[in-house]
Design a protein around this ligand. Sequence first.
Ligand SMILES: Nc1ncnc2c1ncn2[C@@H]1O[C@H](COP(=O)(O)OP(=O)(O)OP(=O)(O)O)[C@@H](O)[C@H]1O
Ligand SMILES: [Mg+2]
Length: 549
Amino acid sequence: MQKFLIFWKRQIMFKKSKIFFDFYQPLVKKYTLHFFGLFLMPIFWCLAETFAPYIIKIVIDDLSQISNQNDSYVINILVRATTIYIILMLIMEVSLRLCNVIWIQTIPILKADIKEKGITIFQSQNYSFFNSHLLGDLVTKFRSLSHSFEQIFSQVLYGIYPTIITAIIVFCFILSINTFFAVFFFFWYCGMNFITYYFAEKSIDLAGSQARVENKLTGHVGDLFRNTIATKTFWSHGLDKIITEKLQKEDVLISKKLEWLNFRTDSLRSLSSLIMLALMMAFLAIGWQKKWVTLGDFSFITAACFYIRRSAWMSSVQLLFIFKELGIIEESLKDLSTSKIQLNNNLQSKKTGHIVINNLCFGYDNAHSLLKSVNLEILPGDKIGIFGASGSGKTSFLYLLLRFCSPQVGSIKIDGADLDKLSKQNLNFYIAYVPQQTSLFHRTIYDNIKYGNIAATREDILHVSKLANCHEFIERLEDGYNTFVGENGVKLSGGQRQRISIARALLSKAPILIFDEAFSSLDTNNENKILNNILKEEKKSTFILISHR
Ligand SMILES: Nc1ncnc2c1ncn2[C@@H]1O[C@H](COP(=O)(O)OP(=O)(O)OP(=O)(O)O)[C@@H](O)[C@H]1O
Ligand SMILES: [Mg+2]
C-alpha cells in the first residue's frame, strides 16, 4: 500500500513537474476543441462495440423464451439483430474515421509546433549547456520531444482510454442486469489495474534509466561519426569498442530487468484475473440455476469479461510503453533551462561600443579562478591586441564579453548598459565575433556570409568577401558563392573557412569586432592584406584581436 501511495505521489510530482507542463500545456491549449473531439469519438465506438455482444444476449434470451420456434419468428429476430449489428458497425466505423480525420488535422501541426518550440528552447540554452552535452544526445532529445509525445498520445487515445470507457460501459450494462455481478466486475477490473500500477513505479525508474543509456549511446555514436579523422588515423577501435560495449551491456541489463518486471506483473495479473474470472463464471452458473440471470446474461457477461481481460493486458503493455516514453521526455526536458532574464529589448539606437570592465573575476569552477580583478576600459574605435600563453584565459575572456559565460564577480558594461540586461538582438548588433574554431553551416558560402546580416545585398557580400580576401577563391569554385561547404565547412581548407568567417563578421557592421586567432590558419601575406583592409575600412569600429603572432 505504501508503495502504491509513493507511486501516486510520484505521479502527482510528475504532473506538477513545471517544466513538463510549461512545455506542452500552452501548445495543447491551442487545440482544446480538437482534443475534445478526439476524446469524444472513442465513446461512440466503445458504445457500439459493447452493444454488439449485448444484441447477442437479447437474441439468445428471445430464442430461449419461445418453446415452439417457428421459422419466420426466428428469422425476424435474426434480421432485426443483424440490422442493429450493421448500424452499430457503421457507427463504429464513422466515429473511428472521424477520430482519424481530427488526428490528421491536429497532430502533424501540433508536432510542428512542438519542434519549433523545441528548437527555440534548445537555442536559448547557454553556451555551457552545449559544451556539456554530446551532439547526438541533444539531437535525440530534441527529436523525442515531438516523437514521444505522439507515441504517448496515440497509445492513450487508441488504447488505454477506449479500454477504460469500454470497462465503464460494460459495468453499466452488467449493473442493469444484476448488481452483484456488476460489483464483482468492478473489483475484478480494479484489481487487474492495481497490479499494473503497483509495479509501475519501478517501471518508470527503469524506463528513465533506459532512456538515459540510449541517449548516451546515441551521443557516443554521434561523437564517433563526427571524429572520422581521428578514428581513421588512429588504431583506437579497441577503446571505442569498450565504450560502446559498456553502454550496450548497460542497455541490455536494464531492458532485461524491465522485461522481467513486465513478465512478473503480467503473470500475477493473469493468474489473479483468471481465478476471478473462473469464480465469476461459477457464480454465473449458480445465478442461472437460481434464475438470477438469463442464458443471454450469462453469454454477455462472459464475453465482455474475456474482452476486457484481453484489453487490460494490452493496456498494461501500452502503459509500459508510455512510461518509457514519459521517461524519455523527462530526460529530454530536465536539463533545459526555461529561466528568462529581464532583458531590455529596445534596440539601442546609438551604438558606439564603449566597453567598461569593472573588477571582473571568473573561473569555470569556484575552486580555480582564471581571471582575477580585471579592470579595463575600451573606447570606441580602439584597436587592441590580447596576448598570453595557451590556456591563460584569452578565449574565456571573450566568452564573458559574448555572454557565453557569466562573471563570478564584477561587471561588464557596453555603452553604459549592463551586459546581462542586453537582449540577444542588441548584443548581436554590438559584437561580431570570429571564433578560434570556425563555425560554418552546411549551407552555401553565400548563405554562410549572409548570416552576418540578413539585410545585406549581394554587393555587400561581394564587398566583404574582397575585404576578407576570399572573393577570388570563391569565384574559382565551380559553383562559386553557391558552393555548399559541408558540415562545419569540411569541404574547405582551414584558411578558407577562416576567411569566410571574417567576411561574415565584417558584413554585420557591428561596432565591436572580436577576432580570436582568426588568422591562425592563414599565411602572413593573407593575414597582412586582411588586417590592412580592416584597419582602412573599419576606422570607427572597436577591434579586439587575439593572436599568438
Ligand atoms: N568549457 C570549459 N569548461 C571548463 N574549463 C574550460 C572550458 N573552456 C576552457 N577551459 C579551461 O580554461 C582555461 C583557459 O582556456 P581558454 O580557452 O580561455 O585559453 P586560451 O588562452 O584561449 O588558450 P589558447 O591560446 O590555447 O586558445 C584552460 O585551462 C581550459 O582548460
Ligand atoms: Mg583560445
